[in-house]
Design a protein around this ligand. Structure first.
Ligand code: ZN
Length: 432
């Protein structure tokens, strides 16, 4: 089944025409409603009329997370605040959140995009779907929830936390679909084994995203639960989850091109790359009203394929992501920048600027350990002093990044020094 055949199966010419028309309207809208874009375009001698179709796309300036930070909180909104019906936020590089605003129509488009993704995973109206992403400022929970409702499925808004209760309800309610991070799903799978209810679950498919995962992990999930696991891509600046998902053939993620115009650019030259070549994914939001973005640099590395898929959809597919161009970590759906931790440590004092972040996957849950060098005197003091400091640092970091961490204090000069770019992160999850 295809959710919106008219949009997901149009010919390449039809899609290009639609995208071109929407792009020129978008440019007109941001030029007149967002001072930031108007100034940027004027600086390059561009007028809205110069953008007639997607062939003019590369005349337009890029947008980055820094632009959103510089205009915090609402500087890039293109509508009056009275038209904004919802706000979400994710952490930024310097502690200030990246704020996104949605009009009612934006929420409708988002819901439809997620409904399309759920259809790609083979789920429909008759299914019961548990949403086990966090609900709140993070786009995962509500984004998945509204999409599943739009689809017409029965939604169970679990959020995260009580895994045994989730499994009990999965059995009792006859849950057939689940949306959560892939690592959490593996944790759920283990809980199912522990509770001895593997033969009582009716799960058919999962839709997983908000953190990096591999085909190996997909195979593990599919094997352990006897289901089909699908990858969902999104980022809050662009919309949230639901920008793209893989269909039953799992050969790349179909991007909802009528709403999101994708480009792959060379990381260094920023010149557009052709199909199959790996580079940074750049997206223009063709229909967004609240926070429309032009050529937003996602920092995610992938390639694109415009060939028609076996499933019948003609929308372009992006390959599974191979990494990022910056140092952002995604841990349990939370965006973490090492620089956030660094500035929190520097603000509190007593520590040196030397620290190391160790990301691991223990019992299928992502964990973050922060090793911090502290001044010599703390090691000569009583052990209680050291414990107090550990607790204080853990608290300060949790406040800065919104994620509980394990803190380990280490003696001065014990963290390896580098001659080049200091390595602040060891991500053991990549070994899976
Ligand atoms: Zn397909």
């Amino acid at each position: 089944m295809i959710w919106n055949e008219a949009k997901e199966c149009m010919s390449r010419d039809e899609m290009t025409n639609l995208q071109g028309a929407r792009l020129s309207k978008l440019v007109d809208r941001v030029y007149h409603n967002v001072e930031y874009y108007r100034k940027k375009m004027q600086a390059e001698g561009l007028e809205p009329g110069d953008i007639k179709g997607i062939e003019d796309l590369d005349k337009l300036p890029f947008t980055t997370k820094d632009d959103l930070r510089d205009t915090y909180p609402f500087g890039m909104f293109a509508v009056d605040n009275s038209q904004i019906t919802r706000i979400h936020a994710s952490s930024g590089t310097t502690g200030k959140a990246t704020v996104v605003g949605y009009t009612r129509k934006d929420i409708d488009v988002w819901s439809e995009c997620v409904a399309r993704c759920i259809t790609m995973a083979g789920l429909g109206k008759e299914d019961t779907i548990q949403v086990a992403y966090g609900y709140g400022l993070f786009t995962g929970g509500l984004g998945a929830h509204y999409g599943a409702e739009e689809m017409g499925a029965t939604v169970v808004p679990m959020s995260t936390g009580n895994t045994k209760k989730l499994v009990t309800m999965m059995v009792d309610f006859g849950v057939t679909g689940i949306m959560c991070t892939p690592s959490y799903l593996l944790h759920i799978a283990e809980t199912i084994e522990e509770m001895g209810v593997r033969d009582q679950i009716k799960l058919k498919a999962s839709i997983n995203g908000a953190e990096p995962w591999t085909d190996g992990m997909r195979a593990q999930i599919e094997h352990q639960l006897g289901i089909h696991a699908h990858d969902i891509y999104g980022l809050s600046e662009i919309m949230g989850p639901g920008v793209a998902t893989d269909c039953q053939f799992h050969r790349g993620l179909h991007i909802h091109e009528d709403h999101f115009l994708p480009e792959i650019v060379d990381q260094k030259t920023l010149k557009p790359l052709r199909d199959g070549m790996e580079g940074e994914l750049v997206i223009s939001t063709l229909t967004k009203e609240g926070l429309p973005l032009i050529r937003y640099r996602t920092k995610d590395l992938t390639s694109i394929n415009h060939e028609v898929c076996e499933c019948g959809r003609t929308t372009a597919r992006i390959a599974r992501f191979t990494g990022r161009t910056d140092d952002m970590l995604i841990i349990r759906g939370v965006n973490v920048f090492p620089s956030q931790i660094e500035s929190a440590l520097l603000e509190m004092g007593g520590t040196t600027p030397h620290y190391l972040l160790i990301v691991d996957r223990i019992n299928n849950l992502d964990t973050l350990e922060v090793q911090v060098e502290v001044e010599e005197r703390f090691f000569s003091d009583e052990i209680r002093e050291l414990e107090n400091l550990t607790g204080k640092i853990a608290h300060v970091i949790q406040n800065a990044i919104g994620l509980a961490v394990k803190v380990k204090l280490v003696e001065p000069k014990s963290i390896e020094r580098s001659m080049g770019k200091t390595k602040h992160v060891i991500d053991n999850r990549k070994l899976i």
